[in-house]
Design a binder for this molecule. Sequence first.
Ligand SMILES: C[S@@+](CC[C@H](N)C(=O)[O-])C[C@H]1O[C@@H](n2cnc3c(N)ncnc32)[C@H](O)[C@@H]1O
Length: 309
Amino acid sequence: MIGLNDRWTTLLSTFDIDPYGQVKDKRIEDWKKIISNLPLMNHTKVNLVNGITVQGKWDSKDRKRTEEDLMQLVPWRKGPFTIQDVFIDAEWQSSMKWKRILELDIDLKEKNILDVGSGNGYYGFRMLGKGAEFVICLEPNVTHLTQFLALNHFINSDRIRMVPQRIEEISFSDKCFDLVFSMGVLYHQRNPENHLNLLASHLKEEGQIILETLIAPDEYGQALIPKSTYANMSNVWFIHTRKGLEDLVNDSGLKILQIGSSVKTTPVEQRATKWMPFRSLVDGLDQALDRTVEGLPSPDRVVLVLTKL
Ligand SMILES: C[S@@+](CC[C@H](N)C(=O)[O-])C[C@H]1O[C@@H](n2cnc3c(N)ncnc32)[C@H](O)[C@@H]1O
């Protein structure tokens, strides 16, 4: 844990005995049983470079048991993952976003990274595949935490941890991360400026924030503010335009180093599968797929690299 200070080490140690910490959720006891029943795999080979695969030796009966156990953790939003021949075909083809991030030539080697709103850790594992030193994932959703625990049972890395807390709940800010990621999180915040300030508060002076978010057409001024839902999602508060993002970044004492091209999210990237059998992107779009069911522009995403002013 090079570069991580005592307060992070202490916080992580509070989750050593119980990874759910103080979280109260009646599903936790069942989840703990699932995790502790996962089979052992021997002679394991883990590949986090071209995707996320774990190959090794286990009893033939373990395959069926593992698939059934992991299936109980639906919905699998981010993925895919291959555990021996169990293929977890998640809702998102997350390698598409990861490719767009890597196109910006961000150096992850030997970096200490905070991934805020990490989901089940898909990207955190890919960061390790690119040589990151240590990754802390912040993720308040305990279904995602449970998937992470199941995955890391097989991947078995001590260079990644998940803390089931929102960034607002971290009571200290020690500027000790080289990179802070916030992907798919900004538009879910009621106070986006506060979110950027919090991201910056954990960043080393020369560090970088990787911000991936939805972007709205210029005609919306600063931001598209959905009156009710956006593509059926009830927790989208602001979708900034390019100008809105520039102003927000400036007002937070940050500057834009790079901005990638915007890319439409399509049902190739996000769709229902056996591992996420509920409503997905197509259900939130009109038939031509160019507007949401609320008549708003369909999702367009962008990646920005930010640094302190
Ligand atoms: C749309 S998902 C994005 C997951 C992943 N980062 C990605 O890009 O695919 C947003 C995640 O952020 C988490 N989240 C939302 N607000 C957060 C906050 N204030 N602090 C930490 N996590 C947050 C949610 O629980 C959710 O899992």
